[in-house]
Design a protein around this ligand. Structure first.
Ligand SMILES: Nc1nc2c(ncn2[C@@H]2O[C@H](COP(=O)(O)OP(=O)(O)OP(=O)(O)O)[C@@H](O)[C@H]2O)c(=O)[nH]1
Ligand SMILES: [Mg+2]
Length: 410
């Protein structure tokens, strides 16, 4: 798979269908997607599409208008929706052969640009090929139009000349490779469980500040960026609340109508986060947090998510006044200014309370030997040496509590 990074900013013009109620937000996102792909936004033509034209989607009249407007300009046209290959080709023909891409292609392209781990690369390639496959008709005429630059990163050039059979074989081999990594991860997840590591996952819409929050809570320095899909590979860091260690997992962000193949391809990496003990659903308090929250919950539902979660309203430094309609139980924070983090930690601990028993242990000096195998199983909060033994303030994972019964004072 080849990843052509953008060498010179490509200029992109948007065709924005407006029959959906939230088209303004979809449009804003398209601009952010263009910029996240390293390209430059040029302008928009809005179109109310009452009936979809099977040949050109937007209809001959609108295409003529667009052709006049874009005459002589060198740019790429983004259709902010999904096109079939023949629609892509027909629109391109009507616009003097300009390069035409759709929203899914652009999103897949950004993922291809960002993928760093070998698993991430395989997942993106799989999603791209699965999107491409049904679109490969005849001699691949539509593909030869794509040229270079955004919308063509990934399998584009290398697979251009190959036939459908070749792609099918590649899809199969990618699926096999991914299954292998998946098996290894299941093993890891199981070990974590055995090692009493409690996992807290950061999930949510893209660009809401998940990675910034990971850094703020764990003192790490993972990449944060004002761009869509800055994080692709799950990253885990540990942090402590009241002396108890937790593992915090950062994940890829969501977006409305994420390409289905992309969710499918990333399911396995996301699943390790989805099977967490607690999820923090991060929203941007200064953005459209209702859409962010519902998109996140819908996407999680698709992945059979059933863990408890807390809604975290981030970027409150930008939005204090307008938060009256935030979910009632939401925790308000600013990850960037490190505000509200103590409350958040308390809420995290509170939500996980049933996983722990707080207690005082008393270990007579004569029973040290009997106690020593239990040492690695609990978190020590305080120690006091008395005349006859040691008094320990302890937090014990509930699953081990029973083993401490001879030593519990309360
Ligand atoms: N004003 C303000 N900006 C913030 C806050 N938290 C994060 N940001 C900014 O929001 C942008 C996105 O932050 P990230 O942490 O990369 O967001 P993310 O959710 O990890 O994004 P993806 O990985 O792309 O899904 C960055 O420019 C951050 O500096 C905050 O509390 N207040
Ligand atoms: Mg991130």
């Amino acid at each position: 798979m080849t990843n052509n990074s953008v060498k010179k900013a490509e200029i992109v013009y948007i065709i924005q269908p407006i029959e959906r109620e939230n088209y303004k937000i979809l449009h804003e996102e398209a601009v952010a997607l263009i910029e996240s792909a390293g390209a430059e936004y040029a302008g928009t033509i809005y179109q109310n599409i009452r009936t979809v034209d099977p040949a050109t989607y937007i209809g001959e009249g609108k295409l003529r208008e667009l052709k006049e407007r874009l005459e002589g300009l060198e740019l790429t046209v983004l259709f902010n929706g999904e096109l079939s290959s023949s629609q892509t080709l027909n629109i391109s023909n009507a616009l003097d052969g300009k390069k035409v891409i759709d929203r899914t292609t652009l999103i897949l392209d950004i993922f291809a640009l960002r993928a760093e781990s070998s698993e991430g690369k395989l997942q993106v390639e799989l999603a791209q090929l699965k999107y491409l496959y049904p679109r490969l008709k005849g001699k691949g005429e539509a593909l030869s139009r794509l040229g270079g630059g955004i919308g063509t990163r990934g399998p584009g050039e290398t697979q251009l000349e190959t036939d459908r059979r070749h792609i099918r074989a590649r899809i199969h081999s990618l699926e096999e490779k991914l299954k292998d990594t998946e098996r290894r991860r299941t093993f890891q997840t199981e070990r974590r469980k055995k090692d009493k590591v409690i996992t807290v996952a950061l999930v949510g819409y893209t660009n809401t500040g998940k990675s910034t929050l990971l850094n703020a809570l764990t003192g790490s320095d993972v990449l944060t960026k004002d761009a869509l899909f800055a994080t692709l590979d799950p990253t885990a860091r540990s942090f402590e609340i009241e002396g108890v260690p937790f593992l915090l997992v950062d994940t890829v962000g969501f977006l409305q109508n994420l390409p289905h193949h992309l969710i499918e391809a990333f399911k396995s990496t996301l699943e390790s986060a989805v099977h967490c003990d607690l999820a923090l659903i991060v929203c941007d308090a200064a953005g459209d947090f209702e859409t962010q929250l519902s998109t996140t919950l819908d996407t999680l539902k698709e992945m059979n998510f059933s863990s408890p979660y807390l809604v975290v309203m981030n970027k409150c430094d930008l939005a204090e006044a307008s938060l009256t309609d935030a979910p009632r139980d939401a925790v308000l924070i600013s990850a960037k200014e490190k505000r509200g983090l103590d409350t958040l930690k308390k809420r995290i601990f509170g939500a996980l309370e049933e996983k722990f028993v707080r207690t005082t242990l008393f270990v007579p000096y004569t029973e040290e030997k009997k106690f020593s195998p239990l040492r690695p199983l609990f978190f020590e909060q305080s120690v006091k040496y008395t005349e006859n033994g040691t008094e320990i303030g302890a937090v014990i994972p509930a699953i081990y509590a029973e083993q401490f019964r001879d030593f519990r004072k309360i």
